[in-house]
Design a protein around this ligand. Structure first.
Ligand SMILES: C[S@@+](CC[C@H](N)C(=O)[O-])C[C@H]1O[C@@H](n2cnc3c(N)ncnc32)[C@H](O)[C@@H]1O
Ligand code: SF4
Length: 479
């Protein structure tokens, strides 16, 4: 990330302002828009105009200018025209900044969290080869194009478009302690103790009501996913009560246990008894010094112990690792990847550290951030090591505020893809979500449209206002 900040930024295309900001963030650490045309004092000016069916976009920074043009097609729908104009204006800014800084971000000018979904859309809606569009229009590096291609191959026959299927998500917004890098809305369970029992009771009501109207409307439930937070921060008996709502078989049933210090034999046997067939035991790092620094509050030894405990059951096990954790050099990250691979879990997910507002880490100043080059090398090492040990990439997503604008990639041994992760990333299946901060999503595939309904983010509002949110969700899924 460049040290230089954009203090003044002007565009006459305010509708595309968020996307232009995302492009600017590929090169600058801070951006700010001018809302009125003060182009003479703006550091960056991006302007567009349409003349005789030609849409021209100009970007200028210091003495470097770049202009980009597209011929408007009269057959385009409004939506298509917007899509092509957006690409045109983004790439004008991108190419201008690329010239100034002489740098090629791995994903080129591509912003947004779902590059694989975009690849499918290019193939399906534009009848074009996504590889050519990624390379020529977005300047995506060959390595990332190959990654997307591998993921599409891995998703074959798993990405299904059928609006009668639905997945169910259940959010548990509690953790045993707060990890410094995390910005998920989740509270420390010991501090929220008086809200836990009402939450469990409300959640059971919400799940039962949701399952009942989904069945009334004719949906077929395929995958169930418990996430958070840390679902296993609840007691075995509370887990037992909640899981009892799911007394029917589903294809895939995941509980993102996650923190090794929340897993014990009693909880694992409750999960197994209720048909859970996939769990996470997340190291994040195999270096004790890092675990201590990021407030994980568990030991490396505990990661191995809980992993082997999970092996007593028949679960598909996932392990999350993060590249770019504070004060971790490439060698330390390589060690974590090697250790995870040596344990042979079915899934390994490689995240790249995102420094987000709301995380403790963002406020800490005495930690050494990794250079972009180092994080790129870490992610590349993981990819090579995992593929040479029989893991294939099967889903990916990008987040904001991530070093080098990299990605998070889920890897799996053949045939162990998590279908829920594919569904949520590629957005081909509706999701009925229960619990705090859970977002329900209804996919209308014929109209290429998605409607969403969010539950409250905090436990207290959730406990007070559940009936209101439940009624809205029922409306969303009404046939
Ligand atoms: C919702 S979290 C829950 C997992 C579980 N509570 C745990 O801590 O093991 C899912 C995963 O997101 C990743 N994650 C969370 N915050 C992140 C951040 N700031 N940057 C990169 N990855 C992050 C971690 O790998 C984490 O395991
Ligand atoms: S990483 Fe997991 S355990 Fe840590 S605060 Fe976030 S959700 Fe909780």
């Amino acid at each position: 990330m460049s040290e230089i900040q954009i203090l003044k930024f002007y565009t006459n295309e305010n509708g595309f302002a968020p996307e232009l900001l995302d492009v600017a963030k590929l090169f600058f650490s801070h951006t700010e828009f001018l809302t009125v045309n003060e182009s003479t004092i703006a550091d960056i000016v991006v302007k567009s105009e349409t003349k005789n069916c030609v849409y021209s976009c100009f970007a200028s920074y210091n003495d470097v200018n770049f202009d980009n043009k597209i011929i408007l097609n009269i057959l385009w729908t409004k939506l298509e025209e917007k899509r092509y104009k957006k690409r045109c204006i983004k790439s004008a800014l991108y190419e201008c900044l690329k010239k100034v800084f002489n740098k090629q971000p791995p994903w080129g000018s591509l912003t947004g969290i779902r590059p694989v979904k975009l690849a499918y859309e290019i193939a399906e809606n534009e009848d074009a080869d996504f590889r050519a569009v990624f390379a020529e229009k977005f300047d995506v590096s060959p390595s990332k194009i190959t990654l997307v291609e591998q993921i599409i191959n891995s998703q074959k026959n798993l990405r299904t478009i059928d609006d009668t299927f639905i997945d169910v998500y259940v959010g548990i917004p509690f953790c045993v302690s707060r990890c410094s890098y995390c910005s998920f809305t989740s509270g420390v369970i010991s501090k929220l103790i008086k809200h836990v029992q009402p939450y469990v009771n409300n959640l059971i009501t919400e799940i039962k009501t949701t399952l009942s109207f989904l069945s009334e409307y004719g949906y077929k439930i395929r995958n169930v996913y418990f996430g958070g937070g840390t679902p296993t921060s609840l007691s075995a008996s509370d887990l037992d009560l909640i899981l009892s709502c799911f007394d029917f078989p589903v294809t895939e049933f995941t509980v993102e246990a996650g923190r090794p210090d929340t897993i014990d034999d009693e909880k694992l046997s409750v999960l197994a008894n209720h048909g859970v067939n996939r769990i996470s035991v997340n190291p994040q790092s195999f270096n004790q010094v890092t675990l201590d620094k990021i407030g994980r509050n568990h030991s490396v030894k505990e990661i191995y112990e809980k992993f082997f405990l999970a092996r007593k059951y028949d679960f598909i096990v996932n392990m999350d690792l993060i590249a770019g954790l504070p004060d971790e050099n490439e060698q330390m990250f390589r060690y974590s990847v090697d250790e995870a691979v040596s344990l042979c879990p079915e899934n390994i997910t490689i995240h790249t550290l995102a420094l987000k507002r709301g995380s403790l880490l963002k406020e800490q100043e005495n930690l050494t951030a990794n250079s972009e080059e180092d994080v790129i090398k870490m992610v590349e090492y993981a990819r090579e090591k995992l593929s040479s040990n029989g893991y294939e990439p099967y889903y990916l997503y990008r987040q904001k505020y991530v070093s080098s604008n990299l990605e998070n990639v889920g890897y799996c041994k053949k045939g162990t893809q998590c279908r829920y992760n594919i569904d949520i990333m590629e957005e081909t299946t509706s999701i009925a979500a229960c619990g705090c901060n859970a977002i329900s999503k209804r996919v209308f595939s014929a109209q290429n449209r998605i409607e969403r309904q969010a539950n409250p983010k905090d436990v207290i509002t959730y406990n007070n206002d559940l009936p209101l949110y439940l009624a809205r969700k029922k409306d969303l899924f009404k046939k």
